[in-house]
Design a protein around this ligand. Structure first.
Ligand code: MSP
Length: 485
């Protein structure tokens, strides 16, 4: 049986066009999906949009559209953005998809049957931008701790999920599965907070109507996070494709940003425990990007959208930069200059020049088979280890050490003077391996390189010497980009 790999991203609120923050997680998901596919696994990669709730209802009202028409206009922007970045999910789920709505109702019924839902009154603070409930002690000067905006006090009839009942079980799960929440310091934060105690969660609303009705009380709509989290089940066919569901669940990893870890590491597992569904294997929370060292903010014009990102130096350079620039899990800063710097120095100079020099010389002098000393410098096991532990940046660093080693080799051996076909053969094989390993990160570039050297992008071709065929000089992989000003 083939090994499977199921990776998810958060589903995004389609209240505006996607920006770098949305692109980052989706890109990481695509890189992981491609990597595991390369290794021969059967992969499912899920992303999508979170379309219910007050935030969307209010944004739609402002645009004078119905919520569904409003999201129908914005969802294509997400799909187009992912296409432009060469991101190819196996499914793009919308929480307005009928199958998803059914699954949410089924899960609610399961949890209800279990006796984990009760009726009561909610009184407290709600931030619509977060779509989250806060207690008085969470607030900062009466404002949302994240958005710093005045927060509304709510009082309404509501159903509650017995989250508090799961405190012990959750703590036991974290203890038994130390890899469940990553990175480590965030895991510790969650454990500390859960130890302080859990409050039951209000899971329904009556003050507005844009949501999925509760199956046991049609006057209430489902709290948007209860609805959204269930996408990880409906996305792989919890109801209508049980074979696929069995094949891929539990998910290997839910990739998320650090701000939504609580929902994924506490609320989601508690819902699953209640519904008797196995828990995902890992929740990985990455850090946040700032833009020129300032918080990303649409209203202050401090935002970089996917189109801006690609326009700087192309899709592969954007992909490369986002993964390489900052350790996966930590915060990072985006600047156009930093992207251009990496594009020019690493992609154009190091990789581009290597490919151009070797292909030019191979066209002139040809290749001759030999055993390679250069390829011994490629640390595939290390790269695999980094990918397993989601140290995506480190995997790239390791591949680039081998590119450096290959550049040093050509410099030392001077095949333009010696006309040594064997050295060129070694270099062509090195480049072929580089293209294979880089393919999840910069897929377009990897394909171009593979074509030049008549190589196949596959795990089986890795470190398998190619036959010394005739090679034609490669066209330029990366044109250098000038910095503004
Ligand atoms: N709809 C919820 C997620 C539901 S998942 C079941 C949501 N949507 S969101 O559109 O507001 O944000 C989605 C993701 O974007 C989050 O993981 C968040 O961390 C990420 N980012 C938003 N701004 C970001 C940065 N500046 N940097 C990195 N990621 C950021 O939350």
């Amino acid at each position: 049986m083939t090994d499977t790999y199921y990776v998810t991203t958060p589903i995004y609120y389609p209240n505006d066009v996607p920006h770098i923050g949305h692109a980052y997680t989706t890109l990481a998901g695509d890189v992981l999906a491609r990597w595991h596919k390369l290794q021969g696994k059967e992969v499912f990669f899920l992303t999508g949009t979170d379309e219910h709730g007050k935030k969307i209802e209010e944004a739609a009202k402002k645009a004078k559209l119905s919520p569904k028409t409003f999201t129908d206009h914005l969802v294509p922007k997400f799909k187009e953005a992912w296409k432009k970045l060469n991101i190819h999910p196996d499914r793009f789920i919308r929480t307005t998809d009928t199958d998803h709505e059914q699954v949410v109702q089924v899960i609610l019924s399961e949890v209800h049957k279990k006796g984990d839902i009760y009726e009561g009154h909610y009184e407290g603070y709600y931030c619509t931008a977060c779509e989250a409930y806060y207690t008085e002690k969470d607030l900062v000067d009466g404002c949302c701790p994240i958005h710093k905006t005045k927060i509304e006090k709510l009082k309404e009839e509501s159903y509650f999920f017995k989250l508090s009942k799961y405190q012990k079980l959750l703590l036991a799960h974290y203890k038994k599965n130390p890899d469940f929440i990553s990175p480590d310091h965030r895991r510790q934060e969650i454990i500390n907070r859960v130890k302080e105690g859990l409050q039951d969660l209000s899971i329904s609303r009556t003050s507005f109507s844009w949501g999925i009705p509760l199956p046991f009380d049609k006057d209430h709509i489902t709290y948007v996070w209860f609805d959204a989290l269930v996408n990880y089940l409906s996305g792989i066919g919890y109801l209508e494709n049980t074979q696929r569901f069995k094949k891929f669940w539990p998910a290997n990893v839910h990739l998320i940003g650090k701000d939504i870890l609580w929902f994924h590491a506490v609320i989601w597992p508690a819902i699953l425990l209640s519904a008797d569904i196995p828990l995902p294997k890992k929740i990985f929370a990455h850090g946040w990007w700032t833009f020129n060292n300032e918080k990303i903010s649409k209203s202050r014009g401090k935002v970089i959208n996917v189109d801006d990102l690609i326009n700087i130096a192309g899709a592969d350079s954007a992909r490369y930069f986002l993964i390489r620039e900052t350790p996966f899990g930590e915060d990072g800063d985006f600047s156009e200059d930093a992207l251009i710097e990496r594009h020019n120095n690493e992609l154009a100079n190091k990789l581009g020049n290597l490919v151009s020099r070797v292909s030019t010389l191979a066209e002139i002098y040809g290749l001759e088979k030999t055993t390679s000393t250069l390829s011994k410098k490629l640390k595939i096991k290390e790269i695999e280890k980094h990918m397993e532990s989601l140290a995506l940046d480190k995997a790239l660093t390791e591949i680039f050490s081998f590119i450096d080693a290959s550049n040093e080799y050509i410099q030392a051996k001077k095949p333009w003077e010696t006309k040594d076909k064997k050295v060129l053969y070694e270099l062509v094989n090195a480049i072929k391996d580089i293209a294979i390993l880089l393919s999840p990160f910069v897929p377009e570039t990897a394909e171009k390189i593979a074509k030049t050297f008549h190589a196949t992008i596959s795990w089986e071709s890795l470190q398998k010497p190619i036959s010394p065929v005739k090679i034609k000089k490669a066209s330029i992989l990366f044109n250098k980009v000038k910095k503004d000003g």
